[in-house]
Design a protein around this ligand. Sequence first.
Ligand SMILES: Cc1ncc(COP(=O)(O)O)c(C=O)c1O
Length: 378
Amino acid sequence: MPFSIEKVIRPNILALAPYRCARDDYSEGVLLDANENAYGPALPTKREGELNRYPDPYHARIKERVIKLRNVPSVRHVFLGVGSDEVIDLLIRVACVPGKDKILITPPTYGMYSVCAQINDVGVVRSNLDVEGGAYQLRLDDIAACLKANPEIKIVFLCSPGNPTGTALTHKSIRAVLESGYEGIVVVDEAYVDFVDHDDGTVSTWVDKYPNLIVMQTLSKSFGLAGIRLGIALGNPDLIQILNNTKAPYNIGTPSATIAYEALSDEGLATMNSYRSALINQRNILIKRFTSFPVQGLGNILGTNDANFILIEVLDKNNKPCNVRAEKVYSLLAESLGVVVRFRGKEHGCFGCLRITVGTDQDNKILLEQLEKALKTV
Ligand SMILES: Cc1ncc(COP(=O)(O)O)c(C=O)c1O
């Protein structure tokens, strides 16, 4: 494996002496080391957890549950971030020298990779997915050509299942990138991976084999906990250590940590699994209803529907995909009909498309009714 951490991590980050506090060494006794408020939290009612104290910087007990769930060897392979969004930003900051280095993304893809790159003054190279017929798979030759032409690319961001494509990348193609001889970091963003119901699901167990692989997951989707902001990075312990050295010392707050720990309990996992099955079931019902919609205007469902949303074309009166009508349907739904979906027609390979999140049975009934009204109106 040609991966060398010295080649991919910025020298100032490698040389970093991480912030240390007295509690890294001593955590028992009368705690007068961290300028906390010993009287307690200014809250009208008592809450669980010592909220007047700074949280645990590393949350080993949450990580113990993560490694059991995702089959990774040790807690040293796990980093916890304030959502995957913090992980994306941190990865770019530790690897890419502003004004010099670049990342590679594969549009259509999640918007935060390029937003974080821009914030950090890092260039973005685009290798579009094969969008023919809504295939949404990697073009491996093009990725290889981009990497060759741009040796400054430090990170490749792959998204599987993709957003907005809803399509899992084949394991074969992800493996091909990892085995291409590329010396930078390969991130596989698996925010939606629990909604995949075939064999090309998570690659979390690969982190032991590929030292340059980072798998990102989150509690925001299948676990229904977008509000607590808990993202997960799985990877080789040297890379994970770099992320730990660089993060803000107490990035995960106590309430979020307490809830995450509960969500990863056996009972929490059983609930997650039942919601996951319900959402997959609702996804199948919606697909069926969209394919025999009573009103003219819905076209192909694109991609392979591996996430908790559906990407669908809106057609003009001549049955051609149409951004103008899609945008009108989107606005009418949101402004007058009480349903908010996402217009994605300006993304590469998504012409005329709306991205519709799968809701509850009740949500979906309302969506179908209102979509029918919207298509009759515009
Ligand atoms: C592909 C993808 N990655 C990451 C995220 C962000 O996840 P988090 O809530 O963990 O920051 C999203 C959110 O929509 C997403 O679609």
